[in-house]
Design a protein around this ligand. Structure first.
Ligand code: DX5
Ligand code: ZN
Length: 221
């Protein structure tokens, strides 16, 4: 199923609760929550206390994208703060298998993310253990960047690999997704769409509805 996961990194933090409720009312499926540590990526965003306090704003799935070094240290904390799906970067885990196992031990869904330059083949053996693969379509760290075109080829390659392995794992794309290029990533095989600036810049409700109508139109039956 195609899902929209608006990234609250682009929200107005002085009205965070209000804007999350707006996303919920407009029908957004997930809430994408970007956690950055200033080491794995240049920026620092927010952590567990923020997640805990927005948990009561919506029942939508909390899609927590950890851009932090050695995330295994914090998996339990994020699960307890209200994450439903925790995604870790293959590049940030010394022991990726152990980290994925820890996410599952906490009773939440597990995702693995790849930076633009990381080859898809790196995660081949872990694919049967994860619920979602996140293909970064920009270098992680900031909202509002432009999509790197070769990352769309990686989505196609991953989709093919999953088909070869008879897996129906979700493919999420994150970074630089707009109403102008979302059809392209859906056609390549992505089904979970993260959008930050394209949702929060301007009319949040209308932007959400516009994305959702493209997702519906492109649903593979
Ligand atoms: C980037 C983050 C993204 C970001 C996307 O490192 O992982 O989730 O918020 O923002 P846009 O859609 O503006 O590129
Ligand atoms: Zn993200």
């Amino acid at each position: 199923m195609n899902c929209l996961s608006p990234s609250i990194l682009s929200a107005d933090f002085s009205k965070l609760g209000e804007q999350i409720r707006l996303l919920d009312e407009a029908g957004a499926d997930y809430v994408h929550i970007d956690v950055m540590d200033g080491s794995f990526v240049p920026s620092i965003s927010f952590g567990c206390p923020v997640i805990r306090s927005i948990r009561s704003c919506t029942e939508r799935l909390f899609d927590v994208h950890l851009m932090i070094d050695e995330p295994i240290r914090y998996i339990r904390d994020f699960a307890q703060a209200g994450a439903d799906l925790i995604t870790v970067h293959a590049e940030s885990c010394r022991h990726l298998d152990r980290t994925i196992e820890e996410i599952k031990r906490q009773g939440v869904l597990a995702g693995v993310a790849l930076n633009p330059s990381t080859p898809v083949d790196l995660i081949r053996h872990i694919l049967p253990k994860v619920d979602m693969v996140l293909i970064m379509t920009v270098n992680p760290g900031f909202g509002g960047q432009e999509l790197i075109p070769y990352t769309i080829d990686k989505v196609r390659e991953l989709k093919q690999l999953l088909n070869d392995l008879s897996l129906k794992t979700d493919i999420e794309v994150d970074g630089g997704i707009t109403l102008a290029n979302v059809r392209q990533v859906l056609e390549a095989g992505a089904n979970i769409i993260v959008a930050g600036s394209a949702v929060f810049r301007g009319d949040i409700r209308q932007n959400t509805e516009s994305f959702l109508s493209v997702l519906k139109e492109k649903e593979v039956r």
